[in-house]
Design a binder for this molecule. Structure first.
Ligand SMILES: [Ca+2]
Length: 217
């Protein structure tokens, strides 16, 4: 009996230690699944939904051995606007209430250097109503401003091979919000006539609490 008690205590202590570890605390408010793209979790299990030229990749990684690669081929054409653009990416969707505040972060890199402009990689949050209409954010909605809240960019000025911290800052859901979508995106309207893109890894989407903190960031 005594031995059994000791074993139980050891198991309990082990559980407490795991619960209190920094790693466990770090992920507590990150809603995204497969944040480091190591699991290749399918969409029906809450994983990333890929569109256009997007793929899990083992070529680059900020942590682990895999990342998300969004890429495209923007070609030049002999008529206005003289290019054909491309937008590729991945996203996950979650329920969201009007007035809720969000922040998305991650890391982006390009191993070869992006050519031309505009050609860039970002993370982005977008809010939608129950009918799927894109509402923008309280900070950005309006006729003269982009609908989405976007991060700083990986572009032709980004040092080759360096992982850049991407951050949307805080975005507030407007009236009527039902869902939020969190994206990795590669946008290329450069007409550079080459295949190029951006790798993403270690993403976080946090719903801010009253103290405006995100433990996952
Ligand atoms: Ca990874």
């Amino acid at each position: 009996m005594k031995k059994k008690t000791i074993v139980l205590c050891a198991a309990l202590l082990s559980t407490l230690l795991v619960t209190a570890s920094p790693a466990a605390l770090a992920d507590v408010d990150n809603l995204l699944k497969d944040t480091s793209f190591e699991l290749k979790l399918p969409p029906d299990q809450g994983g990333w939904i890929l569109f256009d030229e997007s793929m899990f990749s083992k070529d680059e990684a900020h942590s682990g051995s895999q990342s998300m690669f969004n890429w495209g081929f923007s070609r030049s054409v002999p008529y206005p606007p003289y290019f054909v653009g491309t937008v590729s990416g991945s996203f996950q969707e979650f329920p969201a209430d009007p007035g809720s505040r969000w922040r998305m972060t991650g890391y982006g890199a390009t191993p070869t250097g992006l050519r031309g402009t505009p050609a860039f990689g970002i993370v982005q949050v977008s809010f939608f109503d129950a009918l799927g209409n894109d509402l923008g954010t309280v900070e950005t909605a309006g006729n003269t401003k982009p609908l989405a809240r976007t991060s700083n960019k990986v572009n032709s000025q980004t040092p080759v091979g360096e992982w850049i911290f991407l951050d949307t800052g805080i975005a507030t859901a407007p009236a009527g919000t039902a869902t939020i979508q969190a994206f990795t995106l590669y946008v290329d309207f450069s007409g550079s006539d080459i295949s190029q893109g951006v790798y993403f890894d270690d993403l976080s989407l946090c719903a801010l609490k009253d103290d405006s903190t995100c433990k996952s960031i």
